[in-house]
Design a binder for this molecule. Structure first.
Ligand code: URA
Length: 160
């Protein structure tokens, strides 16, 4: 059972809002998104393109850790969705970076796999959207990191 609500971390006025899937164990303990292994990889990848974690704003599709780190159910996603939508509209970032299939399917309302969605700029309420693989996937498949770097460079180009 989740111990904490994990809502957001970082700079609310950032041009970049990152949305992942759901908190894991470490995130549940600390009450902050992306502070475990996936978060460390995310921080390193951002740093590699010259962006510090404290300069982005980070949240998730679901605000509580699903038991055993399973994928959130559609009921859990539907419950959080109005808050996620309001949150994104309120922050109104220049670019929304979606990490992983749950964030991509939920925000872009698509069933297309990330392989098809990544690599180009989409829009959500007039915000630019970049979709890429989740860092947890990269921990399992590090050979795919170059694709995420391509997506992050695209993000950097949009930010200017
Ligand atoms: N994975 C996510 O999708 N979000 C987190 O906050 C941590 C791991």
């Amino acid at each position: 059972m989740a111990k904490n609500t994990v809502f957001s971390d970082g700079a609310p006025s950032s041009d970049i809002m990152i949305i992942g899937e759901a908190p894991g164990q470490e995130e549940d303990i600390q009450g902050k998104p992306f502070v475990g292994q996936s978060g460390q990889l995310l921080d390193n990848m951002l740093r590699a393109i010259g962006i510090a974690r404290r300069d982005v704003y980070i949240s998730n599709i679901v605000f509580w850790r699903p038991p055993g780190n399973r994928t959130p159910t559609s009921d859990e996603i539907t419950f959080c969705l109005p808050y996620v939508e309001a949150h994104v509209k309120l922050m109104n970032p220049k670019v929304l970076l979606l990490l992983g299939g749950v964030a991509v399917r939920t925000i872009l309302n698509t069933v297309e796999p990330i392989t098809r969605i990544r690599g180009s700029v989409h829009t959500y309420h007039e915000m630019n959207v970049i979709a890429t693989y989740h860092p947890a996937y990269l921990l399992r498949s590090p050979a795919q990191k170059y694709l995420v770097f391509q997506d992050l460079l695209l993000l950097k180009k949009i930010i200017g």
